[in-house]
Design a protein around this ligand. Structure first.
Ligand SMILES: [Zn+2]
Ligand SMILES: [Zn+2]
Ligand SMILES: [Zn+2]
Length: 387
């Protein structure tokens, strides 16, 4: 950090030749340090992108680099990706039942109001929860890294998969904002998600064509050019677009790879149609903050992550209460299932609400649950007919 202190001691322009050479050396040194810093920021960005595109989670580093990334994100990207106004929801429709999205969302993961399918990813919601990675997660990544490399080299898929499960188990615990809110309280969803992510990472690690693209990506990162100061490096767009080309190839390759590995069946959201979008969103979260505004807008267009918002339409809904967290939600006419925005539990809307015998509150039980602790008074509430 003494880079900036040194500035005051710089000789005035036109000084003796030896001073100017010393100054040139100083600038060279600064440029090198700036580059090293930017590389660290990128390593973190790449890690985010890789994890979100269901690739390998190796290479994560905790510490100051993450905070720099977060600051960059907060400072520059929010101008382009300001969170939507209250009362608005991303315009999209369900790929499964065709219904348009009407009810408000809280996280980046947009679920159908009628059938509870994952239907979209709202990047403008993702920035709101941007925080530095959890140290426990980084520690797990670091402690499994060497063994994972060995397993990959030895062609031992089972060992590799086991290590990736540890990594993603730490990921859903330590970086909850990066995964769907369904993972928070739904054990079945969470376990399935960890298994899916681990299998996806394994598929990528053992595919030579995908690995070739990974090394191409490393080359692209090395070819980036920067300006600006070291706390807020800006990437020159001309050096950035080749990297986007490689990312495009990686997303296409992973889509084919996931299909051949049968990963669609393992995805607890069964949202194969969102794999590419999730990959792009991780990439964009990592890099948008380092691009000039015009290039950032172009990147969002290319990634199909520009959003349009429409007013929430909850007027014809019946108010219900989540038996898991007590949050009120709207059951729209014809809806069969919904994901609670408060706690991520899936609610079946087929049966009427059940009253709590102690406090009288009525609630909808989470799907698959026969009983729940009343979120208002903690008494046991059981599905009718159990007693
Ligand atoms: Zn639907
Ligand atoms: Zn809830
Ligand atoms: Zn109660």
């Amino acid at each position: 950090m003494d880079l900036f202190k040194r500035k005051s001691e710089e000789p005035a322009e036109g000084g003796p030749v030896s001073d100017r050479m010393a100054l040139a050396r100083q600038w060279q040194e600064q440029a090198k340090q700036m580059q090293a810093q930017a590389m660290q920021v990128q390593a973190q960005a790449m890690q985010q992108a890789a994890a979100l595109q269901h690739g390998t989670a190796q290479g994560a580093q905790a510490g100051s680099t993450a905070q720099v990334g977060s600051m960059t994100w907060a400072r520059q990207v929010l101008a382009i990706l300001a969170p939507p106004q209250p009362g608005y929801v991303k315009r999209c429709s369900c790929a499964v039942c065709g219904a348009p999205k009407k009810l408000p969302t809280v996280t980046a993961y947009v679920y159908c109001d009628y059938c509870a399918s994952l239907i979209d990813y709202d990047l403008r919601r993702a920035g709101e929860g941007d925080t530095a990675p959890d140290p426990a997660y980084a520690a797990t990544v670091n402690s499994t890294q060497a063994a994972a490399r060995q397993a990959a080299a030895a062609g031992d898929r089972d060992a590799y998969r086991g290590l990736q499960r540890q990594v993603f188990e730490a990921y859903v615990t330590g970086v909850p904002m990066a995964v769907s809110h369904r993972a928070r309280n739904d054990r079945g969803y969470r376990d399935a998600y960890v298994a899916y992510m681990a299998e996806a990472a394994t598929a990528c690690a053992f595919d030579p064509a995908y690995q070739a693209l990974e090394s191409e990506m490393r080359q692209r990162v090395m070819g980036l050019q920067y300006s600006g100061n070291m706390m807020s490096p800006t990437v020159a767009p001309d050096s950035f677009w080749p990297m986007v080309d490689t990312m495009e190839k990686q997303i296409a390759a992973s889509t084919v790879l996931y299909r051949s590995a049968g990963l669609a069946d393992l995805d607890p959201d069964h949202a194969e149609y969102l794999t590419g979008k999730l990959g792009w969103s991780g990439f964009c979260q990592g890099w948008l903050g380092m691009l000039p505004a015009e290039a950032a807008t172009q990147l969002l267009d290319r990634a199909d992550l520009t959003n349009e918002y429409v007013p929430v339409e909850a007027a014809d809904g019946q108010p219900r209460h989540c038996g898991g967290c007590g949050a009120e939600f709207s059951a729209l006419p014809g809806a069969t299932a919904i994901i609670c925005e408060g706690c991520g539990r899936r609610m079946d809307l087929g049966s009427a609400e059940i009253p709590c015998a102690s406090c009288g509150a009525v609630m909808t039980l989470p799907a698959g649950a026969d009983r729940t602790a009343c979120p208002f008074c903690q008494s046991q509430v059981e599905r009718a007919g159990l007693r």
